[in-house]
Design a protein around this ligand. Structure first.
Ligand SMILES: [Fe+2]
Length: 251
């Protein structure tokens, strides 16, 4: 089975359209799942959810989805400085107050976790577990530099065994590690990459006797996204952020 995994679209409709177009153009993908954070930071939260629903793409709730759905105090995002914190609150307020009731309802219905059996439930394992950020809390960042001990603790929470795969997003930086036979796959971000590459990113995970991970980057209409952000009440900073692939602005 080959799964296309898309995460952290963050209301960037042009990026989502390009990624789905890219997935559609290949014939080797058996299923598509999203790993949460459909909304926030860009002006198309309803349109993004509409497209995900129209395509019937199942997935899990990210921190932005569950906080928007519940009207929580903040989006559960991490900030590196006071300016980022201020921007993050502006984005959350914008999103929370603008999304339709229909969108909120859809976000509220997303599960925290999805378990798949790529070879079928009639044989034991392997398993593919989909979460947004972390098996217990979507505000914890599972970064590539986490020690093996941390990764194995997380894997144990999901009862993962050798041969199993855990896929997630949330950090917006793609990475793949294998620890004691367990594959950890961060799919990167469709609509708000933070690794310096502005192109939309997704992962294709193939599970057979072995696990193979392919990272794909897709060019999209960045100008359309940046213009729409600048034309909206969202902070203009978010347009520059997309253009720089999440890198800090030159001073
Ligand atoms: Fe995110």
């Amino acid at each position: 089975m080959r799964y296309a995994l898309i995460s952290d679209v963050h209301a960037n409709l042009p990026a989502l359209e390009a990624v789905l177009g890219n997935i559609d153009s290949r014939t080797d993908v058996d299923a598509i799942y999203h790993l949460g954070d459909l909304v926030g930071y860009a002006p198309w939260p309803d349109e993004t959810v509409d497209l995900i629903r129209a395509r019937g793409i199942p997935g899990v709730a990210g921190n932005y989805d569950s906080t928007t759905a519940t009207g929580y105090l903040h989006c559960g995002c991490r900030y590196e400085d006071p300016r980022q914190e201020e921007l993050s609150h502006l984005s959350y307020e914008w999103t929370r107050t603008r999304v339709s009731t229909e969108t909120k309802r859809f976000l509220a219905g997303l599960p925290f976790r999805i378990d798949l059996r790529p070879l079928g439930g009639h044989v034991a394992g392997p398993r593919l577990s989909l979460i947004h950020g972390n098996p217990v809390l979507n505000t914890v960042y599972w970064t590539e530099d986490r020690p093996d001990r941390f990764c194995l603790q997380m894997a144990a929470l999901l009862e993962a065994k050798a041969g199993d795969t855990i896929a997630f997003g949330h950090t917006h930086k793609p990475w793949h590690r294998e620890i004691e036979g367990i594959h950890l796959v961060n799919t990167g971000s469709v609509g708000r990459p933070k690794d310096g590459d502005w192109r939309a990113g997704y992962a294709v995970v193939e599970i057979d006797d072995v696990v193979t991970v392919e990272y794909v980057r897709v060019e999209y209409d960045l100008e359309r996204a940046a213009r729409a952000i600048r034309d909206s009440d969202l902070p203009d900073d978010f347009a520059g952020y997309l253009e720089r692939g999440g890198m800090p602005a030159a001073r």
